[in-house]
Design a protein around this ligand. Structure first.
Ligand SMILES: Nc1ncnc2c1ncn2[C@@H]1O[C@H](COP(=O)(O)OP(=O)(O)OP(=O)(O)O)[C@@H](O)[C@H]1O
Ligand SMILES: [Mg+2]
Length: 364
């Protein structure tokens, strides 16, 4: 799948913009604050229909303008897709494919997707566990939309159990009613954990392999799931979870929240047995995240049959020469990268790339 044409009106610092892209490597270069990241963001937004860095979608609209409009022409296996998105200040965005307004995910052309990597993504290894859980859960959801019902079910029951814990503080005779919530929570929770373990197995295998490819020395990446629950036997997760809930009940009543479960689990990264968060160099941490993203792209391809667009923001300057080379040399799908200076892109890769100079929201 690839994006062959993009038009923007009043998106971030782009007033009016129309550009044609090719398959292969597209390089956006220019000084700081000219719109390189904004352009990657536009590509991600029209592809994934969610913002990368904006907290509210209306931040995407150019200052003092009423709306932003994006139009993309995608080539997919099942034909050309003309997608248009209008972002409003005061109401929900409108998504169209051809002439038809689309209100549900299931109505959209399948296989249009993108994987984004930016320096902020270091937070995936360095930041809070919630970011890692979100990464995994979102990916499972992307691959298997049916997963949403477990995720939603789990969080609903969890919220209800927590509310009950607060009530029990003043009405201890209600303690026994926790039993039915524990049953439901362990039912949804065990499904959730099993899905995560299954995905993690696939994604670790691929990430570890990428890591090996991009590292000159013998160092090895290992990724593992961490839970307070004994997860060694998938069949017993539900039982073990319930036991843990029972064991923590007294403590949970005092603290008025549920202290064990997949909402507290985490994913650990190790390079040669050492925790990446605490011991790895900045470059190794970056490479770890990059490998995860590459693995994600690979999984999307395997399961959806279309290669996601790859968006790499400011990655070149952060990697050593050898890795820049390896990461891009075999690339024949569509990739967009940004850089402040073309010297960060290896020469032989530049030769086969399409270059776009960006200055103050305009191609020059
Ligand atoms: N909604 C908006 N309306 C108008 N301008 C905006 C909006 N959002 C961001 N900008 C401006 O867009 C400019 C370009 O930002 P962008 O992040 O794309 O720069 P960049 O080329 O990636 O720079 P760097 O090399 O520093 O990463 C910034 O000056 C920013 O203030
Ligand atoms: Mg930028």
């Amino acid at each position: 799948m690839d994006l062959s044409n993009l038009r923007l009106y009043d998106f971030r610092n782009f007033a009016e913009f129309d550009v044609t892209f090719k398959k292969g490597i597209n390089v956006f270069y220019g000084d700081n604050a000219q719109g390189k990241t904004n352009l990657l963001e536009a590509i991600f937004y029209i592809t994934a229909l969610k913002p990368v860095r904006a907290f509210r979608e209306r931040e995407l609209i150019r200052h003092d303008r009423p709306l932003a409009f994006l139009k993309g022409l995608f080539n997919t296996r099942s034909g050309q897709v003309n997608r248009q998105v209008t972002v409003y200040r005061d109401r929900k965005k409108e998504v169209k494919e051809g002439e038809n307004i689309k209100t549900r995910w299931s109505e959209l052309s399948p296989g249009i997707s993108a994987v984004y990597f930016s320096p902020d993504d270091l937070n995936l290894v360095k930041g809070e566990p919630s970011g890692r859980r979100r990464f995994i859960d979102n990916l499972i959801y992307q691959l298997r939309p049916g997963f949403y019902k477990y995720l939603q079910g789990y969080h609903k029951v969890l919220a209800q159990r927590n509310t009950l814990l607060k009530t029990i503080k003043t009405k201890p005779n209600l303690t026994k009613t926790l039993d039915s919530w524990d049953e439901q929570l362990s039912e949804f929770g065990s499904q959730l954990i099993n899905e995560r373990l299954e995905l993690l197995k696939r994604i670790s295998f691929l990430s570890e392999d990428y890591f090996k490819k991009y590292t000159q020395d013998e160092s090895k990446l290992k990724i593992s799931y961490r839970s307070q629950i004994d997860i060694s036997d998938p069949q017993l997760i539900k039982r073990n979870f319930r036991e843990q809930l029972a064991a923590c009940r007294e403590k949970d009543v005092i603290r008025t929240y549920t202290s064990v479960g997949p909402h507290r689990d985490d994913i650990d990264f190790f390079i040669d047995g050492k925790d990446v968060k605490q011991y790895a160099s900045q470059g190794q941490q970056r490479l770890t995240v990059l490998c995860l993203k590459f693995a994600k792209r690979n999984l999307l391809y395997t399961d959806k049959g279309e290669y996601p667009i790859l968006l790499l923001d400011d990655v070149m300057s952060e990697l050593d020469k050898h890795r820049r080379q390896l990461i891009l040399e075999r690339e024949d799908h569509q990739v967009f990268i940004t850089t402040t200076d073309l010297k960060f892109v290896p020469e032989d890769i530049l030769e086969k790339s399409f270059l776009y100079h960006i200055k103050a929201g305009v191609l020059r």
